[in-house]
Write a protein that binds this ligand. Structure first.
Ligand SMILES: *Cc1c(COP(=O)(O)O)cnc(C)c1O
Length: 421
């Protein structure tokens, strides 16, 4: 049984439950033998995994440091205070709540703090890059609030801030949400703030994707502009799966009460501790260099991919996110994704605005550079990945040439193990 560099007791798991140990090792093999281009994924450090696998996982800690409903919280209180202080320092925020179990839970709590059911909210339309929590009918957001969607210009792929302003004035929302699952460019938070002020709306930044770039000073910080910033800790930020909220002192109590007891129960203290570890890592100079490499790799991958035929939306990226329309290759997005998967290249499908498709949107591919950058890949590897994508996109899944691409992907990734032994 291979020894993994994370849980100290993995061998004990393997002895006790070989079935689950085998599944975990298969997943480790899957991610290290293929190219992980899912924009929302990353590889945490062994230190973050060690905190997640620690006995803090056992602790019940409803409430906040110094005001818990459970006894025995004196040690985890310190962990949560460290996490809060590190988050505040990292992002320059007056207040941080590190308890949300996920990005969606953070958004739910932000709405709970600022809105009442039935309020009008202006957010990016889902077919243009909004998240489920931005008004999907299959999500609480679309059921409990009246969402108005702004979009991107189908010709440029860019947000039209005049359209956002026009919709804000026409609908007078209680809150404006800025943030997206697929927008590859920096947001103009000052423009969103100005529009929110014109109509007396709260500004909620859902910075789940770029917050790691913000930590590494490679993207603008929404904290000075937004009333509340929602984020995940597991995307570019490279921490454990989870969420976080940042706000000014005047909203601190409302935000905290909206997380617990309004929308969540006990905090997951192993995750809170792992967030603290990740914030500590993100404050180090090495993380600034990492964030810059993520963006450089994103740009290199976008440029090289455009040479292979797909239309890269907005012509490139400012971040780790690249979206591409594969219809110029005569492909639909599910076929394209399946061909990439056959080559061992894992990526997502997303909705893209389109001027020509009925309904105004088309499915495309979404790629990200965060995970491969953590593995140590650079711009040369991005060029190689784009070339492999170019071949894979043009081959049937079962074509003999696809086996060659799969072998090349294995060879490339073998040089960049996510968890070197
Ligand atoms: C990822 C993401 C979320 C949700 O995060 P989960 O942890 O999956 O709940 C919310 N909003 C945006 C913009 C995201 O990118």
């Amino acid at each position: 049984m291979a020894v993994t560099p994370w849980g100290p007791d993995f061998d004990a798991l393997a002895r006790q439950d070989p079935e689950l140990a085998g599944i975990i090792l298969s997943e480790a093999e899957r991610v290290s033998s293929g190219l992980q281009l899912i924009a929302a994924e990353n590889f945490t450090s062994p230190a973050v995994l060690a905190a997640l696998a620690s006995p803090l996982a056992n602790k019940y800690a409803e409430g906040y440091p110094g005001a818990r409903h459970h006894g025995g919280c004196e040690v985890v209180d310190i962990a949560e205070r460290v996490a809060i202080d590190r988050a505040k320092a990292l992002f320059g925020a007056e207040h941080a709540n590190v308890q949300p179990h996920s990005g969606s839970s953070a958004v739910l709590a932000a709405y709970a703090a600022l809105l009442r059911p039935g309020d009008t909210v202006l957010a990016m339309a889902l077919p243009h890059g909004g998240h489920l929590t931005h008004g999907s009918r299959s999500n609480f957001s679309g059921r409990w609030f009246d969402f108005i969607g702004y979009g991107v210009d189908p010709a440029t792929g860019l947000i039209d801030y005049d359209e956002v302003r026009g919709l804000a004035h026409a609908h007078r929302p209680k809150a404006i949400v800025c943030g997206s699952i697929s927008y590859p460019r920096h947001l103009d938070y000052a423009a969103f703030r100005a529009i929110a002020d014109e109509v007396g709306a709260y500004l909620i930044a859902d910075a789940a994707h770029p917050m790691g770039l913000v930590a590494g000073k490679a993207a603008p910080n929404p904290v000075p502009y937004a009333d509340v910033v929602c984020a995940t800790t597991h995307k570019v930020l490279r921490g454990p799966r989870g969420g976080m909220l940042l706000c000014g002192a005047e909203l601190a109590e409302r935000i905290d009460r909206a997380v617990f007891p309004f929308t969540q129960g006990g905090a997951q203290m192993h995750s809170v501790a792992a967030k603290a570890v990740a914030f500590g890592e993100a404050a180090a100079p090495a993380f600034t260099a990492y964030a810059q490499r993520v963006v450089a790799n994103g740009r290199a991958l976008a440029d090289a991919l455009a040479e292979e035929g797909p239309t890269v939306v907005t012509g490139g990226t400012d971040t780790h996110i690249i979206t591409a329309d594969v219809s110029p290759l005569g492909l639909d997005a599910p076929t394209a994704r399946a061909r990439c998967a056959a080559a061992g290249i894992v990526l997502d499908i997303c909705a893209l605005a389109s001027a020509t498709e009925p309904g105004g949107c088309v499915k495309g591919l979404r790629l990200g550079s965060a995970a491969v950058t953590t593995q140590g890949m650079g711009e040369d590897e991005m060029a190689r990945i784009a070339a492999l994508l170019g071949i894979a996109l043009c081959e049937e899944e079962t074509a003999p040439r696809m086996r060659g691409v799969r072998a090349e992907v294995r060879e490339l990734t073998a040089g960049f193990p996510p968890y070197p032994a």
